[in-house]
Write a protein that binds this ligand. Structure first.
Ligand code: SF4
Ligand code: SF4
Length: 425
């Protein structure tokens, strides 16, 4: 059975309410979308921008705009650390703290009355992308001629430390349900499913408190295993079906809770994706908690806002969760739309990897049914890598987690994927 029980460290970040940090003096809006830096820049130094003004637009497929998260003046363009560990060009905007919005937010009373075309247009223009980490433009999923039968709302959040979705349901359950219902109505979807982990009684009780009037939405519990939140596995559990390339082949769309809430704000207020809830957590933070932050805010500023580090040395800084995230060299990271967690843990002495024991454990745990060890062995053999279907890896990290030789198998598989895509020689 694919999936592993792994230790959870969620309690530390759910004791407090979601805090709001909206005072960055400068924001650094990354000019990137889904690792694509092919962006048309729409502003220049000295321009005044409103909160929500378009400052760039993706050029190729899946064009979506990038918005300013503050009102203020464009003062520079600078490269800053992005969650993939690379420096990315950013528009630097000096915040005037006036929170000015060009046309103001008009509240749309009944969001379920929108037509499908209006719905697609709004979520596209608001730059809504999947907030679980993938950053895929959400409108593309809905802009299909295929019949959508089921919307699955992924509230599983199986990474051991991340609690952003949990907190959104806790504090915004009514809004989340209103959005699910509206999305179903607009897209003529007959079935809505909210998937949570078995044993998550807090979420279960909250959702059950509000779900009563939404007869087409039901709550489904899935085993508390990693990576149960992975789309393919989730669909297999919940709907008992498999698909080839995309869930829509089976009439299914999956969105996580944060994305549903971003859609809610877009439909209700025409509010673009300019802020998100990020879990700041780990045993080396004084006050782990979830914070609503403006896109482009330096992570170090938010950490200072929540009382900072327990100590300043021998700490490891990870963008994302411990399983799928990336350890970074510094906390100079910029908050982007696809960053769900900033994790700060003890930097224990790394045990160097030893030779592969050929134990096969990485093969046993791989939810994508790959042979990570064979992929590792053939890292330069593009033809063989294609045969081994390394591209199907979802980068869950279970192979590295389980490896008794302490080999970072996932990194090999990631490199193999890049080889096959022709990104490395
Ligand atoms: S090969 Fe990819 S999908 Fe399989 S366990 Fe490793 S990281 Fe996860
Ligand atoms: S789990 Fe590690 S030691 Fe075992 S086969 Fe895979 S790579 Fe080799």
């Amino acid at each position: 059975m694919p999936g592993q029980k792994i230790p959870k460290f969620k309690d530390m970040s759910i004791t407090d309410k979601i805090k709001v940090y909206n005072k960055p003096k400068y924001v650094y809006i990354p000019l990137i979308c889904q690792n694509d830096t092919n962006i048309t820049v729409a502003v220049k130094k000295g321009d005044y921008v409103f909160k929500g003004s378009i400052i760039g637009k993706r050029k190729g497929n899946f064009r979506i705009p990038i918005h300013s998260s503050v009102s203020g003046t464009v003062v520079d363009f600078e490269e800053k650390l992005y969650l993939n560990g690379e420096k990315v060009k950013c528009v630097v905007i000096e915040n005037d703290f006036k929170e000015k919005i060009e046309d103001g937010y008009n509240i749309r009373k009944k969001i379920s009355d929108l037509t499908k075309e209006e719905f697609i247009e709004i979520i596209k223009n608001c730059g809504i992308v999947g907030l679980g980490g993938a950053g895929f433009p959400t409108y593309v999923k809905y802009n299909t001629n295929q019949k959508i039968d089921t919307l699955i709302v992924n509230a599983v959040e199986c990474e051991p430390y991340i609690t952003a979705d949990h907190m959104i349901i806790k504090e915004k359950c009514e809004e989340t349900l209103e959005a699910i219902d509206a999305i179903m109505e607009i897209n003529n979807i007959k079935e809505g499913i909210i998937a949570i982990k078995k044993g998550d009684n807090t979420l279960k009780n909250i959702i059950n408190n509000f779900i009563g009037t939404y007869l087409r939405i039901k709550l489904v519990e899935v085993p508390n295993l990693y990576p149960m939140g992975w789309e393919r596995e989730l669909i297999r559990r919940v709907k008992k079906v498999t698909y080839n390339k995309l869930p829509i082949e089976k009439g299914i769309i999956v969105n996580n809770v944060s994305t549903i809430y971003a859609i809610y704000e877009a439909l209700k207020l025409d509010k673009p994706l300019i802020e998100r809830v990020v879990t700041f957590t780990g045993e080396m933070l004084k006050q782990p908690q979830n914070v609503l932050v403006k896109i482009g805010t330096p992570a170090s500023e938010v950490i200072e806002f929540i009382e900072g580090y327990k100590r300043n040395k021998d700490i490891k800084f990870i963008a994302g969760g411990p399983m799928m995230g990336l350890a970074l060299s510094s906390d100079d990271l910029i908050i982007s739309t696809n960053l769900n967690c900033v994790l700060v843990v003890k930097d224990t002495i790394d045990i160097p990897p030893i030779e592969c024991l050929r134990c096969g454990k990485c093969v046993q745990v791989c939810p994508a049914k790959l042979s990570p060890v064979l992929i590792k062995d053939r890292i330069n053999d593009t033809l063989r890598l294609k045969e081994l279907e390394c591209e199907r890896c979802v980068e869950c990290g279970l192979c590295s987690y389980i490896c008794p030789s302490k080999i970072n198998v996932r990194e090999y598989v990631k490199k193999a994927k890049a080889h096959v895509r022709g990104e490395v020689n």
